[in-house]
Design a protein around this ligand. Structure first.
Ligand SMILES: O=C(O)[C@@H](CO)OP(=O)(O)O
Length: 228
């Protein structure tokens, strides 16, 4: 039996401002820091001890992991950072206000962009200064792999190889794992491990800073799921 904990980063500065964020590397808000620390206290109270941590290459998730581990007395736990756990890339919507977009394009279109499984957002131009191609942290990636905009399907297709190659083997060995990531990379993982349909995943939301704890058997069947 292994424990798997998902934690979406605490509230970010752009969650607070209601901006599409995606791969833009914004920090946690003050509230977000408190949420991450509170998550660490809940993990401690629940007595969950980790063997391995995973996070994205985005500050809000990394800091959430660190605050949560520090607060639970486990900052020493080995960690791996990967772009594959990044938030879904929001394309040309990144930096735009969600309410302004709804006023301009309509609530329904914005809901489709935000929650449909396979509709892509408007893509970011490769020459845009915000393109991830200009970001040193993605320099080792094949430029054809660097996204210009992702839906949940594309996000799932880059998250799951990392799950299969790195995370699942640890869990099969009985290691306890924490994944500090993002609303949509965690929705992709949730869809995969819970076998949720393309339609039903539209209604699944991840709360900021709330640990979701799974007990998994050696075949990675879910024995129990609990939100702390
Ligand atoms: O802006 C984003 O990157 C995400 C997460 O905050 O937003 P959404 O709620 O639309 O998935």
């Amino acid at each position: 039996m292994a424990k798997l904990v998902f934690i979406r980063h605490g509230q970010s500065e752009w969650n607070l401002k209601n901006l599409f964020t995606g791969w833009v590397d914004v920090n946690l808000s003050e509230q977000g820091v408190e949420e991450a620390k509170a998550a660490g206290r809940k993990l401690k109270e629940a007595g969950i001890e980790f063997d391995q941590a995973y996070t994205s290459v985005l500050t809000r998730a990394i800091k959430t992991l660190h605050f949560a581990l520090e607060e639970s007395g486990q900052l020493w736990v080995p960690e791996t950072k990967t772009w594959r756990l990044n938030e879904r890339h929001y394309g040309a919507l990144q930096g735009k206000n969600k309410a302004d977009a709804a006023a301009k394009y309509g609530d329904e279109q914005v809901h489709i962009w935000r929650r449909s499984y396979d509709v892509l957002p408007p893509l970011l131009d490769a020459n845009d200064e915000g393109s991830a191609l200009n970001d040193r942290r993605y320099a080792d990636l094949d430029p054809r792999t660097v996204p210009a905009g992702e839906n949940l399907k594309v996000t799932l297709e880059r998250v799951i190889p990392f799950w299969q190659d790195e995370i699942a083997p640890k869990l099969r060995e009985g290691k306890n794992v924490i994944i500090a990531a993002h609303g949509n990379s965690l929705r992709a993982l949730t869809k995969y491990i819970e076998n949720i349909s393309d339609e039903d995943i539209m209604n699944v939301e991840m709360a900021t800073g709330q640990p979701v704890v799974y007990d998994l058997d050696e075949n990675l069947n879910i024995v129990n799921k609990e939100k702390l």
